[in-house]
Design a protein around this ligand. Sequence first.
Ligand code: HEC
Length: 157
Amino acid sequence: MKLLKKITLGVVLIFVAMQFYSPTKNTSPGNHTKTFVIETNPSAELKTIFENSCYDCHSNNTAYPWYNNIAPVSYWIASHVEGGKKHLNFSEWGKYTMDKKDHLLEELEEEIVNEEMPLTEYTWIHGNTKLSENQIDAISEWVKQTRIIYQLGKQPK
Ligand code: HEC
């Protein structure tokens, strides 16, 4: 019993201490995905899908839920954002080469068709972020059309 008390106290103290260390927030004001939207010209519907289901982990601006104020949830969210942005950052679209953009769109379609994105952990918590079949088809169509622009751009003159 005594030992159990000590362990409990230890766990509580660690939890309290964790609250003093919060990861830096991923936020940037303004129209951070402007280049992406202008270049790839998604319909209003697709734009909303990306905003609702992807930007939290794949842009420089995350809309944080209240529970992000609680460690270790905040660490967990930060690691998703970091991992997502490393692979694809819609706010940095202008910095990618034609080749890279073409490849990213290919991957994007693959992830969506295979229902790997948005991450399941995310769609469980955020209602309405799981994509419907119609939405997946609409994204696929947009990917096909948009990739043509980048493939033409890649061709040697
Ligand atoms: C909760 C965070 C989160 C959300 C929301 C999310 N992603 Fe991701 N995404 C990740 C992480 C983390 C990775 C890195 C690879 C992995 O761990 O599976 C990733 C990887 C990717 C990749 C690269 C895959 C590769 O093989 O390089 C693409 C493309 C992608 N996501 C597209 C999307 C799209 C499109 C959406 C919205 C429909 C989306 N993601 C929503 C976190 C997220």
